[in-house]
Design a binder for this molecule. Structure first.
Ligand SMILES: [Fe+2]
Length: 441
């Protein structure tokens, strides 16, 4: 969506907002009212909070800020301010009930479309230019949709979400890793119209040559670590990771359980044997780092991940996505909750990067070893609470999006961050390593 006319921007924003709303509606219509107001886990908000919060943010940015319209429900600002109330406390707030929440988001959306019709988009302030605020609100809604999908995964009971199985493997055996050449590459973006503040600006970064795995670590590979005593040997774990593992008695990825010789998992209410060829998901940063140490490797840094994903050695350019500059299609990546699970490794050859690294986008978020920080020249926009207040050593960066991430909310430059103990998110990882002296030549 580079360089669109105002008319094309309007069509693009309308399509993206409509797709997000269809997903929010499907995720909230899938359960009854009792389920909507219930807190399924202390880690999550009630689904009905997410829904009205989506509307509240949209009202603030599109209706009031861009549109300059009168507030619809100023009384809701405080209740749905994510910074004022922790997730665990949200059920105790005077929240809108399901019917009122649905009516509220509908009313806000009608006004947003009216604002979109009239806003200049080509000039005006930075929120209007390129329809940035509409892109930001679309991404915000899609991010909450992924959060709601994680709430569905934590919910107990019969399956209520349904989707076809992902494609099977479409490649022969892949090399286990590829070498990424050393040298400078352009990380981050200045040109991407809907990129968020933390992805900006584009800047040259130097990365030493390294090797990275061509696919995310599979359940089958992870089982070797698990069955080999990986969870009982502190040698593979950081001090912090081992203490966390011991305190919570963690013995396997979240949602796994053993029956006899077989590991089973629960996936959106379905009990099934753990499939060996899919990327492992629902592991914390600490588990990912322990596996990597056990394998004699390490997690990639964030610049390494981005170089493996975007760098084209033929041109020296950084691509928007691993496969090139085109928007993701169903052939490129497992995105948008099209399938309710990661796809087997080798399922997306058309999505491989120039260097031959597969499934960087979609399937599972990938933990990196990097803390979340601003790039050189970072400028908070449109507000410090979007990213800047999270900068620091508390959060680890995740890259690439998951099967639950919509195409509107992922790019080669997109950065996610979370606590290293988090396991309810759709996160896995791949390993990297330094080159040996012989490999460096
Ligand atoms: Fe939010």
């Amino acid at each position: 969506m580079l360089d669109l006319s105002p008319q094309d921007l309007r069509a693009h924003a309308t399509e993206a907002l409509t797709r997000a709303r269809a997903r929010s509606t499907a995720l909230t219509d899938a359960v009854d009212d009792e389920d909507l107001v219930r807190q399924h886990s202390k880690l999550m908000s009630p689904l009905v909070w997410d829904l009205a919060h989506i509307g509240s943010q949209e009202e603030l940015w599109l209706v009031r800020d861009v549109g300059g319209r009168e507030p619809l429900r100023p009384d809701l600002d405080e209740i749905y301010d994510a910074f004022k109330h922790a997730r665990a406390d949200r059920p105790g707030l005077p929240l809108l009930g399901p019917a009122d929440a649905r009516a509220y988001v509908r009313e806000v959306r009608d006004k947003s479309f009216d604002v979109l019709e009239k806003a200049p988009l080509s000039d005006g302030n930075a929120l209007q230019r390129n329809a940035f605020a509409f892109g930001m609100i679309t991404q915000h809604e899609q991010q909450h949709d992924e959060t709601m999908l994680a709430t569905h995964q934590l919910r107990r009971g019969e399956p209520v979400l349904h989707a076809p199985a992902p494609p099977a493997r479409r490649t022969g055996a892949l090399p286990s890793e590829v070498v990424v050449p050393g040298g400078a590459f352009v990380m981050g973006t200045t040109a991407e119209p809907w990129a968020l503040d933390n992805e900006r600006p584009a800047h040259e970064t130097h990365v030493a040559a390294f090797a990275i795995e061509t696919t995310p670590v599979t359940n089958g590979a992870y089982l070797e670590f698990l069955d080999g005593g990986g969870y009982t040997d502190p040698r593979w774990w950081s001090e912090e990771g081992w203490a966390y593992r011991a305190e919570h008695n963690i013995v396997a990825p979240r949602f796994w359980r053993r029956e006899g010789d077989q590991w089973w998992r629960v996936r959106f209410g379905v009990h099934e044997p753990v499939p060996h060829d899919e990327p492992v998901v629902h592991v914390s940063f600490h588990e990912a780092a322990a596996y990597a140490a056990w394998a004699g490797k390490r997690l990639p840094t964030e610049p390494e991940w981005e170089k493996a994903a975007r760098f084209d050695p033929a041109t020296g350019r950084s691509r928007r996505f691993p496969w090139g500059d085109d928007e993701p299609t169903a052939e490129h990546a497992n995105l948008g909750q099209r399938h309710l699970r990661p796809a087997p490794v080798g399922a997306y050859p058309a999505g491989a990067s120039a260097l031959g690294v597969h499934q960087l986008i979609g399937d599972v978020w990938e933990w990196t070893s990097s803390d979340f920080h601003g790039y050189p020249g970072f400028r908070a926009f449109p507000y410090r609470e979007y990213s800047e207040v999270f900068f620091g050593p508390e959060y680890k960066v995740l890259r690439g999006g998951s099967f639950g991430t919509d195409a509107a909310a992922i790019r080669g430059t997109f950065r996610n961050w979370d606590y290293p103990i988090r396991r309810q998110i759709f996160a896995g990882f791949r390993c990297a390593r330094d080159l040996t002296a012989a490999e460096r030549g």
